[in-house]
Design a protein around this ligand. Structure first.
Ligand code: HGY
Ligand code: MN
Ligand code: MN
Length: 420
């Protein structure tokens, strides 16, 4: 095997596979791959082939997640679950989620090539819907695995009007069997996820890896601002009820209130209707994504946003309605598994691993309902850009991440055996 971090190495194979999966997109240009799409089915099949080549038995679970299991020295032993997601945001980068799935498969491939069987099995989950791009509510795949599925989600519809229920059946899944995605209670010893940082801090610190302390809790809303459409020339200002002007004040309030509270908030989508250049907008639909390290701080920001929106509505003669579309509480990594990731990073020669709080959401937020979890962050370059085609990771960083991830898995297996 080529030395780590060189062409032909395991790390190069991982990057080549990221490039291969990047070609599976519904868009003519860029990477867009959503839950229960033909592209989702194709990347599941490709990942299954790589899992099988790594000595795993594979299956697609009842929620469309691609799964694999590398048996323990004692068949049927509890497993450490590794994973991340294969779905993307629109016009995505090629490493968000995908790198974590491929690092997981590469760890198993190393064990398999070495003929090693651990005291625990190693399972991999390639989750199908971390982003929530298609149906608005995120973490659907990992929540099914965690056993926290909400039947109210069956009525969610995508932008074509297809319900989640119909998308399930079109993908060959049985909605009534979604609970089968959850592994038996007690069958997991923990969940480890490797993921690109999606931020600038590792690059600024000139470090390759970090252990994650916690993940911000996120809430998403759909805002509807209703005014009165009218003639762009004929209606004097004092008679206007301009939904877009009002919504614009609210967007700036979202930014200011979140920033002042140390949270983050984004209006990622905003549409004005009827959309004529010479028509005063009578209706605006906008999204709000709001996150905080602590749920209480985040929720206080939302209350302040609603209060300011009410003032804008009153002053401008508008109505403002907010509908929550997603909510995931902040989660703290389990100390024992965080130590295992720290041990893995230390095994690569970084004696004092960096710790980072994740403002980006991850499947670990959902899996936290089922088992202990920890995450390994990998530096991404170009200022940490992500959710963008310019997302980038370095070959050497992937190599050291693979070494750290393998060491963390071996450490968790050893600790589990000692504790047995
Ligand atoms: O939005 C997030 O933080 C994640 O990438 N889904
Ligand atoms: Mn993402
Ligand atoms: Mn991600």
């Amino acid at each position: 095997m080529s030395p780590a971090g060189t062409p032909g190495s395991d790390a190069q194979t991982i990057l080549d596979r990221c490039d291969e999966l990047a070609r599976e997109s519904s868009a003519a240009h860029g990477i867009t791959r959503v839950y229960l799409s033909p592209e989702h089915a194709r990347v599941n099949a490709i990942a299954a082939g790589w899992m099988e080549a790594a000595g795993m038995t594979t299956w697609q679970d009842a929620a469309g997640n691609q799964r694999g299991r590398y048996e323990a020295e004692t068949p049927g032993a509890p497993a450490v679950l590794l994973g991340s997601h294969l779905d993307t945001v629109p016009d995505a980068g090629r490493y968000d989620g995908v790198l974590g799935v491929l690092l997981a498969i590469a760890v198993v491939d190393r064990l398999h090539r070495a003929g090693t069987r651990l005291p625990v099995a190693v399972e991999v989950a390639a989750f199908g819907d971390e982003e929530g791009t298609r149906f608005g509510t995120a973490l659907l795949g990992s929540r099914a695995l965690a056993g926290t599925w909400d039947d109210a989600w069956w009525q969610l519809v995508d932008d074509q009007g297809t319900t989640l229920r119909d998308a399930f059946t079109a993908f060959g899944l049985d909605p009534a069997a979604v609970a089968d995605a959850a592994p038996p209670r007690g069958s997991l010893v923990g969940y480890l996820e490797a993921h690109i940082e999606q931020g600038p801090y590792l690059e600024e610190a000139d470090r390759a890896l970090a252990v994650v302390s916690s993940i911000a809790g996120a809430r998403r809303f759909e805002l509807t601002v209703t005014g009165v459409a009218g003639h762009a020339g004929g209606v004097p200002f004092h008679r206007r009820h301009d939904a877009l002007a009002g919504a614009s004040e609210i967007v700036l309030a979202v930014e200011r209130l979140a920033r002042d509270a140390g949270c983050v908030a984004t209006v990622g989508r905003l549409q004005a209707f009827p959309g004529g250049v010479n028509v005063i907008p009578g209706l605006v639909e906008a999204s709000v994504d709001l996150r905080g390290e602590h749920d209480a701080e985040r929720d206080a920001v939302w209350e302040a946003v609603l209060a300011e929106a009410a003032e804008v509505a009153e002053r401008r003669g508008l109505t403002v309605e907010a509908r929550e579309t997603h909510s995931a509480p902040a989660v703290v990594a389990s100390p024992a598994l965080r130590d295992v990731v720290r041990e893995g990073i230390a095994a690569t020669g970084d004696a004092d691993p960096m710790t980072l709080f994740s403002k980006a959401g991850h499947d670990a937020m959902a899996v936290a309902e089922l088992t202990d979890w920890a995450m390994l962050f990998v530096r991404c370059g170009a200022g940490g850009i992500s959710h963008h085609p310019d997302e980038i990771v370095g070959l050497a960083d992937v190599a050291v991440a693979l070494d750290a991830f393998e060491a963390a898995v071996r450490a968790l297996a050893a600790r589990t055996a000692e504790a047995a």
